[in-house]
Ligand binder design. Structure first.
Ligand code: RB5
Length: 149
């Protein structure tokens, strides 16, 4: 699976640790920056990863800022992106089962690496449960068609 990863300064360290871990696990990880923990702006990196997901250049995106919140707000501006901020395991599992989330956002100032790693593994391995949830996702896709360019 090809994964796009990105962060701002507050998520940089966790992003680097997750990138290393995911590559070790055999994932093809494309890093969209940032390249250091020097202060920067999360919308720049969030947009790059979200656009790669929207254009299907990568299958999934992982974004890390201080809380995961700013990255989720940005990523959800992009058509085709369903970003979920999941700083716990239950949300991570449900974001896949019910929401077919294709971008995961995490809080680098909230999560220890070991716990973030568990969240990411669960999120990557949990399938979309389809059924009635497909109808709801299709409603979202319909809204995107009607209201966005
Ligand atoms: C940066 O200080 C912080 O605001 C950012 O990383 C993020 O948490 C925004 O949602």
């Amino acid at each position: 699976m090809k994964i796009g990863i990105g962060s701002d300064h507050a998520g940089y360290r966790l992003k680097e640790e997750l990138k290393k871990h995911l590559r070790k696990e055999g994932y093809d990880v494309l890093d969209f920056g940032s390249k250091s923990n020097k202060s920067t702006d999360y919308p720049q990196y969030g947009l790059k990863v979200a656009e790669a997901v929207g254009k299907k250049e990568v299958e999934r995106g992982i974004l890390v800022c201080g809380t995961g919140l700013g990255m989720a707000i940005v990523a959800n501006k992009v058509k085709g992106v369903r970003a979920a901020c999941c700083n716990d395991l239950f949300s991570a599992r449900l974001s896949r089962l019910h929401n077919d989330a294709n971008v995961l956002t995490l809080g680098g100032r909230i999560l220890a690496f070991e716990f973030a790693q568990e969240i990411v593994t669960l999120w990557l391995e949990t399938p979309f449960s389809r059924g009635k949830h497909s109808r709801r996702i299709n409603q979202i896709k319909g809204m995107e068609k009607e209201r966005f360019i």
